[in-house]
Design a protein around this ligand. Structure first.
Ligand code: F0G
Length: 400
């Protein structure tokens, strides 16, 4: 059976060669449906560590040209000192900053751009808070495709902007936030025939499933909790799908609880769950230091809510100060440099322990979604500048 797309609301189905992002009948999100392969972990272990090791779980036809920069295969660090600070028995960081462009987006873009190429498309596009555009620009360059990007003006970290520009994307910035940029790029894509690679594209999310597969392999078992910062909510949905597929294939026999964390000023999903609503009320002016997750109207909220409900999951918000504190401690206690959005996961777990929502005996994996160097300006703002010294050793000793 070749993979197909299925509407998560009305069940309408679409072929895998149709260019469709949301259901034509009811406008809801689509999911990739495929036969769950039967492959053993031992078989995977014989192959190179990276997303294409899980080839059978990726819905790309045999014979397609694979567009890869050797994404995935990132380290899972055991963090004992951080675990003490957070208050749990065991804490791990899955360090996605080690991907080719420094974030987890590369997993999705490898599959998404491979799909674009197999469909014969010449141009790709996205809106972005930064990392998606950096990643898409790099993979489009690798594939020889044109890349169009719309960013919220003055709200994209410098490192991410530099990447998108240098990899040759046509970069546009709009006076508005990510939600407006996404609305514009969706319209632009349909008018110009560009292939949209935001996380509303279900093929892209298939690549991000591999985060779950790698955690299982590296840990050797299923953790109690997997904590993920939520922005547009694609990643938490993809990781949950990955765990479910390993479960269905018989590779694992239990599932973790998913823990979704948002920044206080950009928390539409957590607000909705706290109030017990069944519809999202968008945040019209989202604001947080974690610009990667500064999103008020996340497209994938229905999938994220499903992941949290199905996994008996948890949700929490964290303040900018809590994010910065966690970012500092991840960097200074463990030597792992993450950007603010990534630190939100660790800050959220600590808060949940303090509030007695998470048991101290739990083993937790936090997804460190992006690299510290993505946002150097934020680092300088919170750490300050280097100490200025004269070129005189005695004066330096005096200062120290
Ligand atoms: N962490 C980082 C570093 C991100 O860049 C993003 C999303 C997230 C977490 C949240 O993931 O959207 O799947 O819930 N960044 C997108 C972008 C929106 O445009 O780069 P999500």
């Amino acid at each position: 059976m070749s993979p197909k797309l299925k509407c998560i609301n009305c069940g309408a189905e679409y072929r895998d060669d149709e260019i469709v992002y949301v259901c034509r009948k009811c406008n809801s999100l689509l999911d990739v449906v495929m036969e769950i392969p039967k492959v053993s972990l031992n078989e995977f272990k014989k192959r190179e560590f990276g997303i294409w090791r899980y080839r059978e779980f990726l819905p790309i036809e045999e014979g397609c040209e694979i567009i890869t920069l050797k994404e995935g295969g990132t380290p899972l660090y055991e963090c004992d000192k951080l675990a003490k600070w957070v208050g749990v028995k065991k804490l791990y960081i899955k360090y996605e900053g080690m991907n080719p462009t420094g974030s987890f987006k590369d997993r999705g873009m490898s599959v998404g751009v491979t799909k674009a190429k197999s469909l014969g498309l010449k141009s790709v596009a996205c809106a972005s808070t930064g990392n998606t555009s950096a990643s898409l620009a790099a993979y489009a360059a690798r594939a020889g495709l044109k890349c169009y990007v719309i960013l919220p003006e003055n709200k994209v970290a410098l490192g991410k902007l530099a990447q998108a520009m240098m990899h040759g994307a046509k970069v546009m910035s709009v006076k508005g936030n990510f939600d407006e940029a996404l609305r514009l790029v969706m319209e632009l894509s349909s008018k110009m025939g560009l292939y949209l690679l935001n996380s509303v594209n279900p093929w892209r999310l298939e690549g991000q499933k591999t985060l779950a597969f790698e955690v299982i392999e590296q840990l050797g078992h299923v953790p109690d909790i997997v904590a993920v910062p939520m922005g547009n909510c694609g990643n938490i949905s993809a990781i949950w799908k990955g765990f479910k597929e390993f479960y269905k294939s018989g590779i694992i026999n239990k599932l973790p609880r998913m823990f979704g964390i948002q920044a206080e000023g950009a928390a539409p999903v957590v607000n909705m769950l706290r109030k017990g609503l069944n519809r999202l009320i968008p945040v019209s002016n989202p604001e947080t230091i974690a610009t990667a997750i500064r999103i008020g109207n996340p497209v994938n909220w229905p999938k994220a809510v499903m992941a949290l409900k199905e996994s008996n999951g948890l949700f929490e918000t964290v303040s900018d100060n809590e994010i910065i504190e966690a970012q500092r401690l991840i960097a200074s206690l463990e030597g792992i440099g993450v950007e603010p959005a990534s630190a939100a996961s660790v800050a959220g777990v600590r808060k949940a322990v303090l509030n007695n929502v998470i048991d101290k005996e739990n083993e937790v994996v936090c997804i460190g979604t992006g690299h510290l160097l993505k946002d150097p300006e934020e680092v300088i703002k919170v750490c300050g500048r280097p100490i200025e010294i004269p070129s005189d050793i005695r004066a330096i000793l005096n200062i120290l």
